[in-house]
Design a protein. Structure first.
Lengths: 323, 309
């Protein structure tokens, strides 16, 4: 039964996880510090108490955690693993790329790996180079893995449910700067949506802006500050990516700007631009990407600001393209 | 048939399968990288005869014999290596990465040591699903130097999970002597250090392997967690087909061939009976090969299927 609750982004994820644990007895929730401590960001608070030993803490062993998720999923469990920072996923990339992604395909569908990896990424003031990266492009290069990146509390709730219910490996990339933000009205208990889809954050006629992750709010701010008539498409699901929605918008606007916090080279923005240009949709101006500079991420706030895309840079791009 | 004769027959089945695969590879019917387990058959035979239907095996790329010992029909294994539609995975796994879950064989793995954490997951599932499953993962001595194996052993130990870790110590980590890659050649010491009961045994003796695996299953069934078995054996073939094996000291291979498990067990048995075991195995594999070769090749139009649900 659907009802409304006032929840933060972190609270919405907590509510979704509670519902999964409640309604799907095959779910397991584990990771570093997720059970008794309730997670370093408090997202899994109270779940151990409510759901017992299906919620448990693990050693600081990402390979063992993700491998255990693959094996448990192959046997019909539905594990939900928290990787505390996306950067830490790299020490266990084998279990995602060589193992989880291959289970269904190589076995000709005889086996599956219905597992969800929850992680969070991106820069926040003072974060070091190993706690700041935006790594979605690495995952999006891997066929067999689904990827979602919620920004709003409602999406965080909905996507978590869709991910856990999905019978393939899904990585849900959250953002720690959003966990404890303002509360919003969140519809809980409604039907679980299939994976996929986008959100239209602004509707306009002159330019299509495709974005994802926490930088979406900078895009909205830039659009509003410049008074640009823009379609702002937030790709809450990056795999599957809603290419058709982007093409339909660009067909109307004739302009494409892609904004992501990840650095430009090899970023998914390049893929979006390629899909649009290859489609032959007529463009009034060359497409453009705004992303982080191709460098490492410095801890100092004033240095990080130079590297990461800022609202004024997005605004300048909007103005230049729609002039 | 007594147990020794049954073990001999089971080992001959693997040997005949591997010899046939070698022929098919050299003839070009099979292409790519192929890893044989000639000389190591006793570990698979001893272990698999103790396993129950609910148990799950996770092997390495040197896994044809483990699949066969687990009950996968040889025709389906050969068809897989020959990229036939009738292969266990329709040709998608090939020699080094196939699985057959319907026989309790959850797959080979072409990443050294990567099956160990996955086996721990299968055991984790058993904690909740009431299956009574024990997960057995086999890997080589080289895999002991992969961090994920230690992570997996520690997680299984910390959670008392029903896992049997079998290390086939064949003396070589691919092409490099394991003893040059460690300071302590006793690999079981690492399991002891993690609080896991561990045993080192003669992996060329199926009876010793069977006894240890039987005890490990009992231990796991009683909720006492994982066991580690270091089975010493010798690979009497290359790491892969085409391996020149220049790393072996002179005379080593000849000595190993005199003590390989089939030769050794045959000494203890009636010559007529052992010949019968060999012939029966060879006939079975020959017939399976004929059927596998006659099956249709994988259909290219299906190459993109089964990526997602």
């Amino acid at each position: 039964m659907s009802e409304t609750a006032k929840l933060t982004y972190g609270g919405a994820i907590n509510a979704a996880l509670a519902r999964c644990l409640d309604q799907m007895p095959e779910t397991l929730l584990f990771g570093e510090d997720v059970a008794l401590p309730g997670g370093v960001f408090g997202v899994t608070r109270g779940l151990r108490k409510a759901y017992g030993e299906r919620v448990f803490d693990t050693p600081i062993s990402e390979t063992a955690m993700l491998g255990a998720a693959v094996g448990a999923a192959m046997m019909g469990r539905r594990p939900i693993v928290e990787i505390m920072w996306a950067d830490f996923m790299l020490v266990a990339f084998d279990q995602i790329v060589n193992q989880a992604a291959n289970v269904r395909y190589v076995s000709e569908g005889r086996l599956a790996a219905p597992m969800t990896i929850r992680t969070q990424q991106g820069n926040a003031p003072g974060a070091c180079a190993q706690h700041s990266q935006n790594l979605e492009a690495l995952l999006l290069h891997v066929p067999g893995i689904r990827v979602a990146m919620p920004v709003q509390a409602q999406d965080a709730y909905d996507l978590t449910l869709s991910a856990v219910t999905c019978d393939d490996p899904v990585v849900v990339i959250e953002n720690r700067t959003l966990y404890a933000g303002a509360k919003a009205e969140v519809q809980i208990g409604g039907p679980v949506a299939p994976i996929g889809g986008h959100r239209l954050r602004r509707a306009g006629a002159d330019i299509t802006v495709v974005t994802w992750g926490a930088i979406t709010s900078s895009v909205e701010a830039a659009v509003d500050a410049t008074g640009t008539s823009a379609d702002v498409i937030e790709a809450v699901w990056l795999n599957p990516f809603d290419t058709e929605a982007v093409l339909a918008s660009v067909r109307r606007t004739g302009r494409l700007l892609v904004v992501h916090e990840a650095n430009l080279t090899g970023g998914f923005g390049a893929e979006v631009v390629a899909r649009v240009t290859e489609s032959g949709v007529p463009l009034k101006t060359p497409p453009k990407r705004v992303g982080a500079k191709d460098t490492r991420i410095p801890a100092a706030v004033q240095l990080a600001r130079e590297v990461l895309p800022q609202t004024d840079e997005i605004a300048a791009a909007l103005k230049a393209m729609t002039r | 048939m007594n147990q020794q004769l049954a073990d001999l027959h089971a080992m001959w089945r693997i040997r005949a399968l591997e010899e046939t695969i070698l022929e098919l590879r050299l003839a070009g019917d099979i292409v790519g990288s192929v890893h044989l387990e000639n000389g190591q058959e006793a570990v698979a035979v001893g272990a698999c005869r103790q396993l129950r239907p609910q148990d799950a095996v996770f092997s390495t790329y040197r896994g044809h014999g483990w699949a066969l010992a687990r009950g996968v029909p040889p025709e389906k294994i050969l068809a897989e290596l020959l990229y036939r539609r009738t292969g266990v995975n329709g040709g998608r796994g090939g020699s080094a990465h196939f699985s057959a879950p319907e026989y309790g064989f959850y797959g080979e793995n072409s990443i050294v040591g990567a099956g160990a954490p996955i086996a721990v997951g299968a055991a984790l599932a058993a904690k909740f699903d009431g299956s009574g499953r024990v997960a057995l993962t086999v890997f080589g001595d080289g895999a002991m130097n992969q961090g994920g194996v230690t992570e997996a052993m520690n997680l299984a130990a910390a959670m008392d999970l029903p896992v049997v870790f079998v290390c086939e110590n064949n003396k070589y980590s691919e092409l490099t002597p394991i003893n040059d890659m460690v300071r302590n050649p006793d690999l079981s010491a690492r399991a002891h250090a993690l609080g896991i009961p561990a045993v080192r045994l003669d992996g060329n003796d199926p009876a010793q392997v069977a006894a240890a695996v039987g005890l490990a299953i009992t231990t796991a069934e009683h909720g006492r967690g994982p066991t580690f078995i270091e089975a010493h054996t010798r690979r009497i073939t290359g790491h892969y087909i085409g391996d020149a094996q220049t790393y072996r000291p002179p005379g080593e291979l000849e000595a190993d061939e005199k003590d390989e498990p089939i030769v050794r067990l045959a000494k203890a048995l009636n010559p007529d009976k052992q010949q019968e075991a060999e012939e029966k195995a060879r006939q079975e594999i020959a017939a399976a090969t004929e059927r596998a070769l006659a099956a249709p090749l994988a259909d290219p139009s299906t190459a993109r299927e089964h990526l997602y649900v």
